[in-house]
Design a protein around this ligand. Structure first.
Ligand SMILES: Cc1cc2nc3c(=O)[nH]c(=O)nc-3n(C[C@H](O)[C@H](O)[C@H](O)COP(=O)(O)OP(=O)(O)OC[C@H]3O[C@@H](n4cnc5c(N)ncnc54)[C@H](O)[C@@H]3O)c2cc1C
Ligand SMILES: NC(=O)c1ccc[n+]([C@@H]2O[C@H](COP(=O)([O-])OP(=O)(O)OC[C@H]3O[C@@H](n4cnc5c(N)ncnc54)[C@H](O)[C@@H]3O)[C@@H](O)[C@H]2O)c1
Length: 461
């Protein structure tokens, strides 16, 4: 088969791949973008955008229910229809990527729909459903394949009509009851959303706490909020088997307990298929889950990788950040090296659970002797004024030798916004002494940062 010569092939057009393809085309290169599903990837169609529309709606319900404590009475009658309509019409235009394809082509890149695979160094074969096409790259192959939901090996699960995030965002109604397997970001966000719409929700997490990579104080607080909202949280529990009949799922747990629900959401993490991507053809290990990249996103000679597959934080902002570096590198332009010291992670529960940099445990694992301080949001002036829905905390992790913050966690209403200031502090290595002497607006939630800084041991910093 004749190969077409191009400068760059981008395999996978998630947020990073799409961004990089447009940058490379704008830089004057001939670029082919290959996507097997929808241009834009998981984030706009099945992940960040539709789930945050759900969160926005469920937060509105929660605020409505808080009227009773603060301002009289309000009747709240949840209805999933506006959420489902908004996701279908505004977020995903019916899961149709015509506009995204047009945007890509307008940027100067060419688009091929199909599944791309590295077939030899500098060569990509694309199965289009209408025969294969082969491209020879003069400059680069850029990999942005993202991830797929993991389905754990639980008896009976694989053959049952379980949901993943891709089904949950297409729901036309909130189920009467939902069992969520997995207490990571996907599980906790969707559990709270559906619970607030009247769904009876139970969660099963096999580790000892929800949101394992976050500070334990954050997990504990979120678990107490969930329990107060009526979500049945089972941590340290394993699903042993799943049975499904016409109406419901029954999940038997390791403890012997049985949980029954109308729907079962699998949110137990993500996987990649590096063998299908053909990375062995360029000497990369195809048995792992991630592709190692250097600070310029180079994975092998002539191959760059960006996004979730690099294992440096499965977030849209990381993917797009890496896209900029990879594109500049491929174009031969100067760029900063990738720097992950202050990657922000925001879980959009209510309260939001946000962190940047190192947790206390991660710092210890690296042999960093850190000091920490934690204060509660309800004890801050704004938290006290806010009253209903004011649960939260701020935890700071500081390196006393350098006198800087190396990590921070915020659990609070709008916690992700408050985190912004702390991400700047960690990224910019702003001295703690300087942070202590700046002015924090009264009475904001972020003013609680000042109170937490004051709690850092004086002998430490
Ligand atoms: C429910 C949920 C909620 C989330 N919420 C947030 C959030 O609020 N904020 C946030 O920052 N992140 C969030 N994330 C994570 C975010 O979706 C991802 O980090 C983001 O999509 C970036 O991924 P990516 O660029 O690596 O690729 P993806 O978005 O996964 O896209 C990769 C694309 O590559 C295509 N592809 C794969 N292999 C091939 C191949 N061989 N040939 C052709 N095409 C291929 C796939 O079809 C896919 O379209 C969420 C994730 C989930 C599941
Ligand atoms: N707001 C956000 O930025 C946001 C939201 C959702 C997802 N994401 C990204 O997407 C990634 C994937 O999220 P996720 O929640 O699917 O995965 P995850 O890997 O982050 O969490 C999965 C959870 O499931 C648990 N688990 C695994 N197997 C299990 C089993 N058999 N039974 C019970 N529990 C089990 C794990 O211990 C873990 O707590 C995240 O790491 C995150 O980076 C981000």
């Amino acid at each position: 088969m004749d190969a077409e010569e191009v400068d760059v092939v981008v395999i996978g057009l998630g947020p990073g791949g799409e961004d990089a393809a447009a940058r490379l085309a704008a830089g004057g290169l001939s670029v082919v973008g290959v996507e097997s599903r929808l241009v834009g990837g998981e984030c706009p169609y099945f992940a960040c955008v539709p789930t945050k529309m759900m969160v926005r709606a469920s937060d509105a319900l929660a605020e409505g229910r808080r009227v009773a404590e603060l301002a009289g009475s309000a009747q709240v009658s949840p209805d999933w229809t506006p959420v489902a309509d908004r996701i279908r019409d505004e977020a995903t235009t019916g899961w149709d990527d015509t506009a995204a394809v047009q945007r890509l082509e307008k940027s100067g890149a060419r688009f091929v729909r199909g599944f791309g695979r590295i077939s030899a160094p500098g060569e990509v074969s694309v199965s289009t459903g209408n025969g294969d096409r082969v491209f020879r790259t003069r400059r680069a192959i850029l990999l942005n394949p993202g991830t797929e939901p993991v389905v754990p090996p639980v008896d009976g699960l694989r053959d049952s009509p379980y949901w993943t995030n891709r089904d949950a965002v297409r729901a036309r109604e909130a189920p009467e009851s939902l069992l969520v397997l997995g207490g990571g970001p996907v599980g906790v966000e969707l559990a709270q959303v559906f619970s607030r719409f009247g769904t009876r929700v139970a969660m099963v997490e096999h580790e000892q706490r929800l949101l394992g990579p976050f500070e334990p104080e954050a997990s504990e607080l979120l678990e107490s909020v969930f329990e107060a909202e009526g979500i049945d949280v089972r941590t340290g529990e394993r699903a042993e088997s799943v049975a499904h009949d016409d109406d419901s799922f029954t999940v038997r747990l390791g403890s012997g307990a049985e949980l029954t629900a109308q729907r079962l959401l699998v949110a137990t993490g993500r996987r990649t298929d590096l063998a299908a991507l053909g990375v062995a053809a360029v000497g990369l290990d195809d048995r792992g889950r991630t592709i190692d990249v250097d600070v310029r996103m180079r994975a092998a000679d002539g191959v760059w990788a960006i996004g979730d597959v690099t294992g440096r934080g499965a977030f849209t902002h990381t993917s797009v950040y890496q896209a900029r570096i990879a594109a500049n590198d491929i174009l031969g332009q100067g760029h900063e090296n990738a720097d992950y010291r202050a990657v922000p992670a925001v879980t959009f529960t209510d309260p939001e659970v946000a962190m940047t940099g190192l947790t206390e445990a991660a710092a210890h694992d690296r042999g960093l002797p850190v000091v920490t301080a934690t204060t509660g949001i309800p004890a801050s002036t704004r938290g006290w004024i806010h009253k209903a829905g004011n649960q939260g905390l701020i935890k700071l992790v500081a390196d006393p030798r350098r006198g800087v913050l190396v990590g921070a966690t915020v659990v609070a209403p709008g916690g992700g916004e408050i985190l912004g200031a702390l991400a700047v502090a960690v990224h910019g290595e702003v001295p703690v002494e300087r942070l202590r002497h700046m002015i924090y607006a009264y009475p904001t939630f972020h003013r609680a940062i000042e109170a937490t800084l004051a709690e850092l041991p004086a002998s430490g910093i």
